[in-house]
Ligand binder design. Structure first.
Ligand code: 5GP
Length: 211
């Protein structure tokens, strides 16, 4: 069957636990890699260059856009965020499932460019729980939290564009649920085009002369 990796988009409300889920998924299963995005946002305490993000100035970000170096980018709460092209293309070819942890505008651009990508939307069990997690993080001001909650309302309008919605309640269960969805997605004919073509051609060869 086709060995090329799947491009997986994981979005979710800020505070849905995307980062934790992705880290755990990569820890438990070795066929996943995470694309590190570029952003103009300032690093939070503890964030490292090239690990959480490539932190850049606006000018450099815009230059990368001009050079077609990003497969998508979006503006989110006043900052640019974008996915570098090279790493994603190399890893997919190497058979890895590449995870993009990105917001909804970027997710929709990915789906338009790569129809065989898999879009998963992660949500906490309730709005109340989301608010609690955002406040509990303790890294953001009340104003930023309010903006992120407002953005969550907007994003909730776009959830129907995703392939699956997954509730992040118990982390380990959530990890396996996502892994199983990816496994099932691999078997969809849209992601097995090369295999289908190959088997069809083979069968055509065998059937020659049958009538
Ligand atoms: P944060 O500032 O909390 O790290 O990220 C803010 C939002 O930007 C999150 O929803 C995150 O998933 C999204 N994001 C991170 N990287 C990218 C990217 O490369 N492209 C897009 N479109 N969104 C991103």
């Amino acid at each position: 069957m086709d060995q090329k990796g799947i491009l997986i988009v994981i979005s979710g409300f800020s505070g849905a636990g995307k980062g934790t889920l992705v880290r755990k998924l990569m820890e438990v299963h070795n066929e996943y890699v995470l694309s590190v995005s570029m952003t103009t946002r300032a690093p939070r305490v503890g964030e490292r260059e090239g690990v959480e993000y490539f932190f850049t100035e606006r000018e450099q970000f815009e230059e990368t856009i001009r050079q077609n170096g990003l497969i998508e980018y979006a503006s989110y709460c006043g900052n640019y965020y974008g996915t570098p092209r090279k790493y994603v293309e190399e890893q997919l070819t190497a058979g890895k499932n590449v995870i993009l942890e990105i917001e909804i505008q970027g997710a929709l651009k990915i789906k338009a460019q790569f129809p065989e990508s898999l879009l998963i939307f992660l949500t906490p069990p309730s709005g109340e729980e989301l608010k609690r997690r955002l406040e509990g993080r303790g890294t953001e001001s009340a104003e930023v939290i309010a903006r992120r909650l407002a953005r969550a309302v907007e994003e909730s309008e776009g959830v129907e564009s995703y392939d699956y919605i997954v509730v992040n309640d118990v982390l380990e269960e959530c990890v396996e649920e996502v892994h199983n969805l990816v496994g099932a997605a691999r078997r969809a004919p849209v992601r097995q085009r090369a295999f289908i073509k190959e088997i069809r051609e083979e069968l055509q060869k065998f059937s020659k002369g049958a009538d």
